[in-house]
Design a protein around this ligand. Sequence first.
Ligand code: PTJ
Length: 253
Amino acid sequence: MTDIPKSHPRYASLVARERVAQGVKNGYTSSQGLIAQGRGECFDYLLGERTTASAERAIAAAAAMLLLAKRPALSVNGNVAALVAEEMVDLAAALGIPLEVNLFHRSEERVRKIADLLRARGAKKVLGEHPDASVPGLDHARALATRGGIYDADVVLIPLEDGDRCEALVAMGKKVIAIDLNPLSRTARKATVSIVDNILRAVPNMAVQVRKLSKLPRADLEKIVLEYDNEKVLRQAVQEIRDHLESSSGEKI
Ligand code: PTJ
């Protein structure tokens, strides 16, 4: 890896870039993942590279929804593996559930490499290497899913996902939690809960919230979910971008 000095003003962003590039070199991240990271970076810049109030609200609702779920599932793709493998393992441990490798540009070799990486980071159980079902409405290998995992989950976390698959999972009747820095993306618009935040900040924050909220009675969790309004949160995320642009440019937008 390139040696990036901690004093560099863009240290966090350069490290993230390096991790995705390393994922491509190691064969678990797709080359398209580099483009996805660039797009994400751009939106993070517009947001001010911070977890906004709307993202905090979405993270709390997502944690409550995962805790209330009968069969929650956590999806991992090549970018997620490159950026937050350890943190996803910790989130799965906090919920006591497996992780499932689910790829857009699927190859059996990448699935195996990601599963191996997650196991090396401490994952107890990783699904996705032997899919036995297909998400209806999606073509080719990207539809593949596992019974007992994403296929029959009632709540699914899909970080950095493509809009089609998000829509197809919602059409199956699932509650879908997205992590996507673009509040205008189809994924963010179609998901039940959209966390507009960098996955680097969102996943550790979710694990903290899951552990904290797990001490609450079910009725309190239900209240958090009931009061959550995703459209409002997405409007607020766009407003937060505008506010940041106004404060950093000194121009009224
Ligand atoms: O590993 P695979 O084959 O499953 O492929 C994974 C990618 C991410 C390449 C694939 O799902 C893809 O092409 O995704 P998209 O359509 O580029 O969408 C990714 C979304 O994630 C975009 O809206 C980005 O803004 C957003 N994003 C990128 N990096 C981050 C991010 N959101 C949060 N944190 C990031 N670090």
